[in-house]
Write a protein that binds this ligand. Structure first.
Ligand code: 3HC
Length: 283
């Protein structure tokens, strides 16, 4: 199960990061977006990130050019047909992901491995939209992908040992520390992180402290790089809300239930950094 050519479906914040680290590790990468505008934006994100690394003295200009030369953009799913590994990083929408995998299954060579980057959906259910259930798993990266060292490698009860070993090795080759997690909603990290973040929103909702004091408390009291409300804005409140809904549905425990304030902020279009307003104002 040699991996030389990697396809990434979705070139948003997560997808662009996955494309960047894969190309940096020497893989040929095909990035797919739904239209030229989104593709240009995604590839632009990678250019900018690499240029920043050059300006900070972390990368040579020639290395940057070599990395970029390994990346090809496409708006066609068929452009991924000869990839050895296809990683999906589209929005957290089960129907969208299942339809996408079903289509990819007919287009990409049968021996290729499919991975989802879902943060909360049941991987087994996504696998069932394809006929390659033994070659289907999850590589869960963290935001910002070029910086965060962890990847959760999630196998389903149908994933073969060969597939698991191949993607575990891939995660190491792209410079990450992989950990093995079971196919439970939220895996290991979100299972622990999401209830904490939701609780921080409840603290704020109940007036336990100002948003600044809640964040400063956790940053200085526990050494976290970001306070919980700041981190919610960074992840995106829509993503937070969606993940909480999925996890609540899975576990039926109140600690996973999205707080009322989170729901209202999402309905009001206050999604965090990406919209310029969430718990903080970024305008
Ligand atoms: N791409 C590439 N590099 C980046 C980057 C990005 N998007 N953002 C920051 N960096 C780099 C900077 O270049 C800098 O590198 P240097 O020290 O070598 O010069 C380094 O990271 C630190 O960046 P900054 O000095 O600009 O800012 P900070 O020190 O505040 O760090 C941060 C920014 C890395 C985002 C840090 O605040 C952090 O670790 N925050 C927590 C992030 C986190 O918890 N992520 C997980 C979210 S949960 C998730 O993704 C799961 C999902 O399923 C919900």
């Amino acid at each position: 199960m040699g991996i030389a050519r990697v396809g990434v479906v979705g070139c948003g914040q997560m997808g662009a990061g996955i494309v960047e680290i894969s190309a940096k590790a020497g893989y040929e990468v095909v990035a797919r977006e739904v239209n030229e505008e989104l593709l240009d934006r995604g590839l632009g994100r990678i250019q900018k990130s690499l240029s920043k690394a050059v300006s900070r003295g972390k990368l040579e200009e020639a290395e940057k050019e070599a990395i970029l030369s390994r990346i090809t953009g496409t708006t066609e799913l068929a452009g991924l047909s000869d990839c050895d590994l296809v990683i999906e990083a589209v929005p957290e929408d089960k129907e969208l992901k299942m339809a996408l995998f079903a289509e990819l299954d007919g287009l990409v060579k049968p021996e290729a491995i499919f991975c989802t980057n879902t943060s909360s959906l049941v991987v087994t259910e996504l696998a069932m939209s394809t006929k390659r259930v033994d070659r289907f798993a999850c590589l869960h990266f963290f935001n910002p992908v070029p910086v965060m060292k962890l990847v959760e490698v999630v196998r389903t009860i149908l994933t073969s040992d060969e597939t698991f070993d191949a993607i575990f090795d891939f995660a190491k080759k792209v410079g990450k520390t992989p950990i093995a997690a079971k196919d439970n909603s939220g895996f290991i990290v979100n299972r622990l992180l999401i209830p904490y973040l939701l609780d921080a929103i409840r603290c704020y909702e109940q007036g336990l402290g100002s948003r600044e004091d809640i964040d400063t408390g956790m940053k200085l009291g526990c050494g976290h790089p970001m306070g919980p409300l700041e981190l919610c804005d960074f992840i995106g409140l829509d993503t937070m809300y969606f993940v909480a809904e999925v996890m609540f549905d899975e576990y039926r425990e109140p600690r996973f239930a999205p707080p009322g304030l989170l729901k209202r902020m999402v309905k009001a279009g206050q999604l965090g950094r990406k919209t310029g307003k969430g718990f903080y104002d970024y305008s």
